[in-house]
Ligand binder design. Structure first.
Ligand code: GDP
Length: 358
């Protein structure tokens, strides 16, 4: 599964956030977690549509899609020079498919800040700088090697060109992620650059920060186009200890529309380039994870490889049409259930039944 690495300076609340995520994992009923690894938190992707489908179809259980977060220990200034956890730490980031950068905006004087000040944007700057410096090192090693290999016809010119292009960009202080569209994707992927990964930002703040829309707008403007989530890690860790009703009440009392962990799962899932389609029946209402842009046979393959090999058609109803009709039969009668072939590109919220040869 694709993973999101949780990264940030020490003492910003990463462990608190990660512990809340793993606690949410334990509470995620009905999901057959194959293995539980200590540094991986697999949390359900919140999707109220599944509750509706379970009602319409009388499903026994709900199986949500999941999002995996990996805890990566603290980064400090100088990490790219091997200070702190240095290289091991950077290797762990390289393995993640996206990065959730946690920054501190809570003011608690009892919690020391490594750089002696609470400034969420300055934290971001420190970390991004380390990632860029480390990518520069990677490319400065790669370029001379690739020059030789291109001369010996052992590497393609485009790979060398891409390395040089990325290096020039990084030396201006910009991340590759901000300019991904300018690069040859396949060539770029060979370098595993950290600053090329999609980023989301989790600003760990307090009541004051959650209520301060001007502050939030300012941070969002600085970090755009990346998504930014404002949450209170301490509050989230208390929320996951409660049962659903008490949690909903505590959340409502705090004036927030959605729990921070739910926002993080939703935005993280999207940032990984993923989407879901839905299936429903008496046994279960379920969300299946696919990459955005996948066709119907590829989507079928997530359920079973035989579904992809023997794919004939997909009967698709949009979630909204299905709920409006009240049943698949009624949706069919209303002409809202479509038969789609092998070139159909899946749309989020499609409720699907596959037809296939075995
Ligand atoms: P990490 O080093 O980034 O993993 O940070 P921790 O999660 O260990 O948090 C460092 C300290 O900050 C701990 O004492 C936490 O209890 C405290 N802390 C974490 N999140 C919050 C928060 O949202 N508000 C407040 N006031 N303290 C927090």
């Amino acid at each position: 599964a694709l993973t999101i690495g949780i990264v940030g300076l020490p003492n910003v609340g990463k462990s608190t956030l990660f512990n809340a995520l793993t606690r949410a994992q334990v509470l995620a009923a009905n999901y057959p977690f194959a293995t539980i690894e200590p540094n991986v938190g697999v949390v359900p992707l919140p999707d109220p549509r599944l509750d509706t489908l379970a009602e319409v179809f009388g499903s026994e259980k709900i199986v949500p899609a999941t999002v995996s977060f990996v805890d990566i220990a603290g980064i400090v200034k100088g990490a790219s020079e091997g200070e702190g956890l240095g290289n091991q730490f950077l290797a762990n980031i390289r393995e993640a498919d996206a990065i959730c950068l946690v920054t501190r905006a809570f003011a608690d004087p009892d919690v020391v800040h490594v750089d002696g000040r609470v400034d969420a944007l300055a934290d971001v700057e420190t970390i991004i700088t380390e990632l860029i410096l480390s990518d520069v090192q990677t490319l400065e090693k790669a370029v001379p090697r690739l020059e030789k290999e291109v001369r010996g016809k052992k590497a393609e010119q485009i790979v060398l060109d891409t390395a040089q292009q990325a290096l020039a960009l990084l030396l201006t202080g910009e991340t590759v992620a901000a300019h991904r569209g300018d690069f040859d994707a396949a060539a770029l992927a060979q370098f595993g650059l950290m600053s090329a990964k999609p980023f989301i930002y989790a600003v760990n703040t307090d009541d004051a920060g959650l209520a301060d829309t001007a502050f939030q707008e300012q941070v969002r403007a600085q970090l755009a186009p990346a998504d930014v989530i404002f949450l209170d890690a301490k509050f989230e860790s208390e929320l996951v200890e409660l049962d659903a009703d008490d949690a909903a009440e505590m959340l409502a009392d705090s004036g927030q529309d959605e729990a921070g962990l739910d926002q993080l799962a939703r935005v993280g899932f999207h940032t990984l380039g993923l989407q879901t389609y839905l299936t429903a029946g008496p046994k279960e209402a379920r969300a299946w994870t696919i990459r955005r842009g996948w066709t119907a046979p590829q989507a079928a393959g997530v359920i079973h490889t035989d579904f992809q090999k023997g794919f004939i058609k997909a009967e698709i109803t949009s979630f909204d049409d299905l709920v409006e009709a009240g049943s698949v039969a009624a949706a069919r009668a209303a002409g809202k259930a479509r038969m789609e072939g092998k070139d159909y590109v899946m749309v989020d919220g499609d409720v699907v039944e596959f037809r296939f040869n075995v």
